[in-house]
Write a protein that binds this ligand. Structure first.
Ligand code: 8GT
Ligand code: MG
Length: 309
């Protein structure tokens, strides 16, 4: 069956709420909740289709839309490729022009049902924050804690414990301390590479190395599984394993990996295109680079030094 190309919008307000619409009577899956959007017509790019659909369905003019993730789903009536965009800028007040019902939703707590079956993983992806902080305690775990507290106070909600040079016992104590502080802020913690350590301390997930991606036969049984990727083959593997998100690095040259060839923005954007996984850009970035990273297809930015300033 031919694949139908669909442009889909996650219209997001400044307070983080996003818009869902119920499908009007007469369409397949009438009454189901979906993101606004619709089919790409001949001669259109996905972006122009998105702009047209939001004008037709909601009466708004899109001013800022960035590519996000892609979903491939087979319905009995159609095989669809759903190209999701985040829409964060528009003129006008969204209103239902086609008999839909509209509802603003908070990420993490969807208050409407049923939703279109293709969309379930999309809500989990939307609940991943924009910034992923990677610890840099080095040989001073105690000295790192005030930086962690500051970052949590400042809104950091996703953390990777990655301390390659820490002895095992120190690392376990450090990871437990990070987890306790994170949980007080409903922040989630992943630990680099060590599934057994994640399970022992009850952290939310593991950040798999590219080498582990090649070795694992199946997804570790944890709430969050992320992958560290550097090329298309590793991203393919991360998707096949059913990871929740990926890091893609190094985007720019960085002092933490001197001499490693950087991808650059164009290669980064090409690697993000068509991916089902949300991708965090890593390498040489600061939090001020979030919008630029998103314009190149990133879900968010992963920061080492930049998360703990
Ligand atoms: N708009 C939209 N479509 C979705 C989502 N999820 C999903 O599986 N789809 C599927 O994508 C396809 C295209 O959707 P659509 O019915 O909105 O297309 P459209 O606006 O061009 O409508 P039309 O064909 O009635 O003119 C449908 O098969 C729909 O089930 C979603 O979140 N939003
Ligand atoms: Mg539509």
């Amino acid at each position: 069956m031919r694949r139908t190309q669909v442009a889909v919008a996650v219209l997001t307000r400044a307070d983080g709420a996003f818009l869902l619409a119920s499908r009007p009577p007469g369409k397949p899956y009438a009454g189901y909740w979906e993101f606004p959007g619709g089919k790409v017509e001949p001669g259109e790019t996905v972006h122009t289709a998105l702009v047209r659909e939001l004008h037709e369905e909601l009466g708004i003019e899109v001013t800022h839309a960035t590519p996000w993730i892609t979903r491939y789903f087979d319905y009995p009536h159609a095989h669809v490729t759903l190209s999701f965009f985040r829409v964060s800028g528009w003129h006008g007040e969204p209103h239902a022009k086609e008999g839909q019902t509209l509802a603003w939703q908070t990420p993490g707590t969807i208050g409407v049902a049923p939703v279109l079956p293709a969309n379930h993983p999309v809500f989990a992806a939307l609940a991943l924050p924009a910034v992923y902080g990677i610890t840099q305690a080095g040989s001073d775990p105690a000295g790192f804690m005030p930086h962690l507290d500051n970052a949590l106070e400042g809104g950091l909600r996703l953390i990777q414990v990655r301390e390659k040079s820490m002895p095992a016992a120190t690392l376990e104590a450090f990871a437990r301390a990070v987890l306790a502080r994170a949980q007080a802020h409903q922040a989630r913690v992943l630990v680099n590479a060590d599934v057994a350590l994640v399970q022992r301390i009850g952290a939310q997930g593991v950040q798999l190395s590219a080498a582990q991606l090649g070795e694992l036969g199946s997804r570790p049984d944890l709430p969050l599984v992320a992958a560290s990727c550097h090329n298309a083959a590793e991203l393919d593997r991360a998707e096949a394993l059913g990871c929740d998100f990926a890091l893609l690095s190094p985007l720019l040259p960085t002092p933490s990996h001197p001499g490693a060839p950087a991808l650059g923005w164009d290669n980064f954007a090409a690697l993000c295109t068509g991916r089902t996984l949300p991708i965090y850009a890593l390498g040489g970035l600061g939090s001020a680079d979030l919008d630029r990273a998103r314009r190149h297809g990133a879900h968010g930015v992963a920061l080492l030094r930049g998360a703990w300033l």
